[in-house]
Design a protein around this ligand. Sequence first.
Ligand code: EPU
Length: 345
Amino acid sequence: MINFAIDLKKIQENISLKAFNTFGLDAYAQYLQTFTSVEEIKEILASEHYANHEHFILGGGSNILFTKDVKAFVLKNEIKGIEIIEENEEYALVKFGAGEMWHDCVLWAIENNLGGIENLSLIPGTMGAAPMQNIGAYGVEIKSVLHQVCAIEKSSGEVKLFNNEDCAFGYRESVFKRALKNKYIITHVTLKLTKMHALKMDYGAIQDELNAQGVSSPTIKDVSNAVIAIRESKLPNPKEIGNAGSFFKNPVISKKSFEKIQSENQDMPHYEQGDQVKIPAGWLIEQAGWKGFVDGEIGVHKNQALLLVNYGNGIGQDIYNLSERIINDVQSRYGIGLEREVNIY
Ligand code: EPU
């Protein structure tokens, strides 16, 4: 167990990351230090300890699989704060500290009647991690509301601003995962949130949930509540069963490959994307017989095959090996190469 009485603002040695990753894996950090402001991270970047050790930036730990101990200097982003920096009758620009929990920010927005992220309710992780992988759910991605990302360049210690188009967002992708990987530390994220709301309820399950709840003229809070109800019915709470959300991305394949697979699988769900087709990885994994698979302390979730889970004392390397088996199996059955969505350490 972590002793929270210790001062994480000072460098701590040999400390378990179990409480700091949603898989609940008991990997150890060689060193760990938190930072709560731009000034503090600048000091760390200029320190001798930083210069002499490899480092690893940790946010909410909700999209990482630790397959081994982290023999490095782990820096945990705890920059907090929520501030409206500009507003008019139509919208508000809200600047969030990267260490704020994403869902707390969604709740704050709803309480302040600011719309645009209600469909992204209950996503684990921090604000700073959200643009990294362009989080998305129920027809909305952070890309659609992101105004600016403020980040520190590690090599120079300089603060840089990235506008929406600078982030090169794609499906669970951004420049921070590609060309600028490991080069910046995100300190703040500014979102453009609406006062005149445009609810997005075309994702079937949302409308069904609202109907079931008897809501006919929904507010942003109603949509958020519907999303929360859907997620709670399908996705395990990481506090109860360790997981990192979707472990794999949904593969996007050519129309030609799709038609070939579909000829033998008429009921395969799919979403056309221009001249390509996106297939739910959860469906492929379920068809391959892995849904609900249990191997000791780890497995594939029983309600959503896209999630690998740790029932308590699982080992990261075993979860990784399971993901390999699933990838190989889906490849041999369907000729589709699944890609991991979760980062591997
Ligand atoms: N499906 C199955 N079996 C399963 C799971 C899904 O057949 O075990 C089928 C469903 O029946 C449905 C389709 O797959 O026809 C899509 O399922 P669902 O709506 O649950 O969404 P998903 O594609 O599995 C994606 C995101 C989620 C996001 C949901 C809702 C990815 C990798 N995952 O999942 O994001 O919450 O849509 O928008 O894109 C995450 O990124 O961590 C995450 C949870």
